[in-house]
Write a protein that binds this ligand. Structure first.
Ligand code: 5RP
Length: 235
């Protein structure tokens, strides 16, 4: 499955493979979204098909659901599962306190709901995702389409009042049209450079009318499995 991989894909693959070893028979597992999480889904699929691993998965996006079905993982909805043993997902950035920026792949809303409904969240990432301070990666926030420009203006005003360094935001596009999430919403990417107080920012952003969720994951992640291009893994 891993064939001839570039160093970055190798790093993602080895992190995913190590995290897959945490999955045990009978577990209900949240399946993340993105290129690293896709490796996890493939690894789990192989364990289901070849080792008889018995799990049920709750996908965090339509993309992940499609891949999971393809590789033979049985899926249920979060409402059927109610609570999960473990969620394994990628991240765009993580810091030493295991705060995350997520949503680069546009699935932050389902990802946050699923991770929060899990006993444990394990993040799988290549070393490049580790940062001292979150914020170099644009922070995604999901907004409802109705009045999104008003929400954007309110977000920018809020950032000014919080004295955050970068304040501009861009509507995420998919070609010539706004990007649409699985929930039918849009994404604003906030260019902040540096997020001094991620906990406060996460709370404040979610108070703004029209904002459905933000990509800051605070006190949600329990463990990060870091993969390296030479195949090394660190937990
Ligand atoms: C999707 C996410 C992804 O986990 C994040 O963007 C990392 O993606 P990748 O593994 O492709 O680098 O949050 O919404």
């Amino acid at each position: 499955m891993s064939g001839d991989l570039s160093p970055i894909d190798k790093a993602k693959f080895v992190a995913a493979k190590r995290a897959a070893e945490l999955v045990e028979d009978g577990m209900r597992v949240g399946l993340g979204t993105g290129s690293t999480a896709a490796w996890l889904v493939r690894c789990l699929g192989e364990m289901v098909r070849e080792d008889g691993l018995k799990i049920t998965g709750v996908p965090t996006s339509a993309r992940t659901a499609e891949l999971a079905r393809e590789v033979g993982i049985e899926l249920i909805t979060l409402d059927e599962a109610r609570w999960l043993d473990l969620t394994i997902d990628g991240a765009d950035e993580f810091d030493s306190e295991l705060n995350l920026i997520k949503g680069g792949g546009g699935a932050l809303l389902q990802e946050k709901i699923v991770a929060t409904a899990s006993d444990q969240m394990v993040v799988i990432a290549d070393k490049a995702k580790e940062v001292e301070t979150l914020g170099a990666f644009p922070l995604p926030i999901e907004v409802i389409p109705f009045g999104w420009q008003t929400s954007q203006a309110l977000v920018e005003e809020t950032l000014i009042s919080m004295d955050v360094m970068g304040r501009s935001s861009t509507l995420r596009m998919n070609g010539a049209s706004p990007y649409v999430t699985d929930e039918g919403n849009h994404i604003l990417d906030l260019h902040l450079n540096r997020i001094g107080n991620p906990r406060q920012l996460a709370l404040v952003l979610n108070q703004i009318p029209g904002v459905v969720e933000n990509g800051l994951f605070i006190d949600i992640c329990d463990t990060v499995v870091i993969g390296y291009g030479d195949g090394k893994v660190e937990v």
